[in-house]
Design a protein around this ligand. Structure first.
Ligand code: SIN
Length: 335
């Protein structure tokens, strides 16, 4: 890319995923994610603005790490603060896209709105060399969204549709419209409406300071005897992917109660996929756990990590992780 002095820039950050994937040749089936460079993807885009490419990673997003989130967050914040940059587009694998999207919303959603800019995360369900590859259309949709100055904030584009960062979730393993939202899809006219529940973005944990949080799923015969081992490994928070409305087997509940009594942070979510968990369970189990609202287990995990880290910072002394998590949970879909 040649950067001319006055033209606004879109920073295009490549993280990998199927959008950068290539099909296996010969007798082998399937494809490998994260094979094509961001320069190659960038060449497919038509934009009034200049595109500046940055390859931050080129991985299958099942291998995403917290240190990579830290680096991505820092890169995006720097771009939002740069007056030459009009917006940021991130290409990312779809498998963990909703976690990265929520992370970005929480660490720079407010900044993006304050600067009147968009950060858009986009991916694809078919690899780059597939005859019906959906990546180019999603990229083009994302660029058009960034060029349109009527709204600001953090968004996702999949299946040609625009999602708010908080609402997006992968709900099908293979369909092109694998992402769905709890509310009807938003068009650019309705983006950016809603009130601000938090006036500040949360701090990004440094690469080596992410609190370790694990997800434990409730299921028939669920046990809680693994939790002590988790604590010995340094786990300070657990998200329960409960059944139904966040319910939990009595044996797992016993282990989780002990975890909370020894200082562990527990959030109750549901493995169902849609809907909110009620704040309390009628049978009284885990009454001191915090309900995740409509955050799914993977998103609740990111939210809990950020809430735990923020509550340890001097600035947030008066706010507990529960206060911060509740603010995240209650954020409107669009702010
Ligand atoms: C990945 O998440 O990196 C692979 C799957 C995809 O992008 O659809």
């Amino acid at each position: 890319m040649t950067v001319s002095a006055n033209k606004p820039i879109i920073l295009l950050i490549g993280m990998g995923g199927t959008i950068a994937g290539l099909q296996l040749k010969g007798d082998e089936q399937g494809y490998l994610a994260g094979q094509v460079s961001i320069e190659t993807l960038s060449a497919q885009i038509k934009s009034k603005l200049l595109i500046k490419n940055k390859q931050l990673a080129n991985i299958d997003s099942c291998d995403m790490t917290e240190p990579l989130l830290t680096k991505l967050g820092q890169e995006v914040i720097e771009a939002l603060q740069n007056s030459n940059i009009a917006g940021v587009l991130i290409t990312h694998g779809t498998d963990t896209m909703e976690e990265t999207a929520l992370f970005l919303e929480l660490i720079c959603g407010h900044l993006a709105s304050a600067q009147g800019k968009k950060v858009v995360i986009a991916g694809a369900m078919l690899p780059a060399d597939h005859p019906k590859a959906d990546g180019p259309e999603n990229l083009q949709r994302a660029v058009t969204l960034i060029e349109d100055k009527t709204a600001s904030g953090i968004f996702g584009v999949m299946g040609g549709k625009v999602f708010t960062a908080k609402s997006m979730a992968k709900r099908h393993t293979s369909r092109l419209d694998a992402f769905c939202i709890t509310d009807p899809s938003l068009d650019s006219k309705s983006l950016g409406v809603g009130s601000h529940h938090v006036s500040e973005d949360l701090p990004i944990p440094p690469v080596d300071q992410w609190p370790r949080v694990e997800i434990i799923t409730n299921h028939i015969g669920a046990k809680g005897d693994q939790i002590e081992a988790y604590q010995k490994l340094g786990v300070v928070g657990i998200v329960l992917a409960g059944t139904g409305g966040g319910t939990v087997h009595q044996d797992l509940a016993t282990g989780l109660e002990t975890f909370m009594n020894t200082g562990g942070a527990l959030v109750r979510s549901s493995r169902v996929g849609y809907g909110s968990v009620p704040p309390k369970l009628a049978n009284g189990r885990l009454k001191n756990a915090l309900g995740a609202g409509d955050l799914n287990p993977a998103k609740a995990r990111i939210a809990l990590q950020l809430a735990l880290f923020a509550s340890q910072q001097a600035k947030a002394k008066t706010l507990s992780w529960q206060d911060i998590f509740a603010r995240i949970r209650d954020l409107p879909e669009s702010r």
